[in-house]
Unconditional design. Structure first.
Length: 239
């Protein structure tokens, strides 16, 4: 049991998963790492500050987001080389999954330093496992391009990709994604999960056109995980 509560390793970057909605998503290990590390690198220091305040954790915070990740990576590497421990967190879920973190990890690994994952909540995993669609083989796409033509081309490019596809989408584009799916893969099985682990968590299941009809007139809020099983041979206009 001693290994389960080992002290943090000097010179290590810890990738800490944080809640995707419900604060109880956090793990005991994540809380311990954030309490014991030297500094926390956060996508949004204000957001993470509220999380730390809730759990009565007081640690120095560094901002590490899309537009400063290159510069911050060098600073984090330098801190690790001095023997510090750094916890990297995003606003929700696992760092590096459609969130900042990938570049930091790449630079740390390139410097020959240790990276240790602290697993926990991940919207992709939550949405996929609750969808009821096949999970033996899946392809995580993340966010699609914002522009309509580019989005449709990306969806078309997935046609030969086997298994179940998983997307992230915002409330501003979820209707557009479902419309594109109804035109390109009308017979696909689709599960839309929103507000995962929160009070108003909801799963919508059906063909893309059926989900569009069921949500017509509704104001869909929150972040979305869209899970798609496109049937083999599906083509535009086929039902």
């Amino acid at each position: 049991m001693a290994d389960d509560v080992a002290l943090l390793n000097p010179g290590t970057l810890y990738l800490v998963a944080t809640p995707i909605g419900n604060l109880e998503d956090i793990t005991y290990r994540a809380l311990r790492v954030m309490r014991e590390c030297d500094v926390i690198a956060a996508e949004d220091t204000r957001h993470t500050g509220r999380l730390l305040s809730h759990f009565e954790i007081r640690k120095p915070l560094l901002s590490c987001f899309q537009h400063n990740e290159a510069r911050r990576s060098a600073e984090i590497v330098e801190r690790l080389q001095r023997g510090q421990t750094v916890a990297l967190v995003s606003d929700a879920g696992s760092p590096g999954i459609s969130d900042p973190g990938e570049r930091v990890v790449r630079e740390v690994v390139a410097a020959g330093l240790r990276v240790e994952p602290i697993p926990g909540a991940c919207a992709m995993v939550a949405g996929l496992t609750a969808s009821g669609l096949p999970s033996g083989e899946f392809h995580f796409v993340g966010f699609l391009p914002q522009k309509g033509a580019q989005r449709r081309r990306r969806l078309e490019s997935l046609r030969p990709v086997p298994g179940t596809w998983v997307f992230y989408e915002s409330p501003y584009r979820i209707e557009k994604l479902l419309t594109d799916l109804s035109e390109i893969y009308p017979a696909a099985e689709v599960v839309v999960g929103r507000e995962l682990t929160k009070k108003f968590e909801e799963f919508l299941r059906g063909r893309p056109g059926e989900i569009l009809a069921a949500t017509k007139g509704r104001s869909l809020k929150g972040e979305f995980v869209v899970v798609v099983k496109a049937n083999a041979g599906d083509s535009p206009g086929e039902v």
